[in-house]
Design a protein around this ligand. Structure first.
Ligand SMILES: Nc1ncnc2c1ncn2[C@@H]1O[C@H](COP(=O)(O)OP(=O)(O)O)[C@@H](O)[C@H]1O
Ligand SMILES: [Mg+2]
Length: 237
C-alpha cells in the first residue's frame, strides 16, 4: 500500500519551570502505512499528544522531519509556510483532539459544515453534505442542537463527522474515547473502524485504552521519549 507519513528523528523538549528543559521526544522514527489503523500507546505523560501534534503538523519538532505522501506527491512539512500547512490540513487531515472542541455557539450541522465552507464550498452544498454525514452517523435528529445539548457520545460522533467531512487521507485522534462510557466508546470505535474499512481512511490514534488498541492494525508503544516496540496484527506494506 505504501507510506502516507514518515517521521524521522523527531525530538521535542519543553521548558519546565522547576525542572529546566525536559526532552519529551528523543528521536522518534515512525512510518504510517496508507489505510492502516495505528495506535500510539503509553502511560500518561509519555508524550503521545506531543507526538500527535508534531505528526499532524500542528507543532514543529526541535529536530527531525515529517513527510506526507498525499496523492503521489511528497510534502516535507518543514518546507511549508503556515498558510500552506493550514490548507493541507483543511483538505487532507482530520482531527479529533481534545483542544479542538466543537464550537459551542454553532449547531451540530454547522460545526460539521464549517470545514467545507472554509475549504471554499458554498454554504448550501456544505450544509447538505454535513446533513448527509450526520445522518450516516445516526444523528439526523440532532442536526440543530448545540454541543451542550448533546451527550458525550453524540458530541464525539459530531467531532468525527467534522474530522472526515472533507474526505481526509488521514485522521489523528487523541484519546477519542477518553471521556466516554463503555457503550459510547464502543459506538465511536466501531465508527472509526468502519470509516477505515469503507473509505480507506488512515487512523493514527493516541490512547491508553486497551479497548481502543484492540482494533488497531499496529500498536506503537512509547517509553522514555522513544517508541520501544511496534506490534503488528495486520500487514499493510
Ligand atoms: N506545551 C507544553 N509546555 C510544557 N510542557 C509540556 C507541553 N506539552 C506537553 N508538555 C509535557 O510533555 C510531557 C508529555 O506530555 P503529553 O504529550 O501530553 O503526554 P501524553 O499525551 O502521553 O499524556 C509531559 O511531561 C507534559 O507535561
Ligand atoms: Mg495526551
Amino acid at each position: 500500500m505504501g507510506k502516507i507519513l514518515e517521521a524521522v528523528g523527531i525530538t521535542k523538549s519543553f521548558e519546565k519551570d522547576n525542572k529546566g528543559k525536559i526532552q519529551v521526544l528523543k528521536g522518534i522514527d515512525l512510518s504510517v502505512w496508507k489505510g492502516e489503523y495505528l495506535c500510539i500507546m503509553g502511560p500518561s505523560g509519555v508524550g503521545k499528544t506531543t507526538l500527535l501534534y508534531v505528526l499532524s503538523s500542528l507543532d514543529k519538532p526541535d529536530q527531525g522531519k515529517v513527510i506526507y505522501y498525499f496523492d503521489g506527491t511528497t510534502i516535507e512539512i518543514q518546507n511549508k509556510t503556515n498558510d500552506e500547512l493550514a490548507r493541507i490540513r483543511n483538505k487532507k487531515i482530520g482531527f479529533v483532539f481534545q483542544f479542538h472542541h466543537l464550537l459551542p455557539e454553532f449547531t451540530a450541522l454547522e460545526n460539521v459544515a464549517l470545514p467545507l465552507i472554509i475549504g471554499g464550498n458554498s454554504e448550501k452544498a456544505a450544509l447538505n453534505r454535513a446533513k448527509e454525514m450526520l445522518s450516516k452517523f445516526d444523528l439526523q435528529e440532532r442536526l440543530n442542537n448545540k454541543p451542550s445539548e448533546l451527550s458525550g457520545g453524540e458530541q464525539q460522533r459530531v467531532a468525527i463527522a467534522r474530522a472526515i467531512i472533507n474526505n481526509p487521507d488521514i485522521v489523528f485522534a487523541d484519546e477519542p474515547t477518553g471521556n466516554l462510557d463503555t457503550i459510547n466508546a464502543k459506538v465511536v470505535l466501531d465508527l472509526m473502524v468502519s470509516l477505515q474499512k469503507e473509505y480507506g481512511i488512515t487512523f493514527v490514534v493516541a490512547t491508553h485504552s486497551n479497548e481502543v488498541a484492540s482494533f488497531a492494525d499496529r500498536i506503537a508503544y512509547m517509553k522514555d521519549g522513544n517508541i520501544v516496540e511496534i506490534s503488528e496484527r495486520r500487514k499493510f506494506r
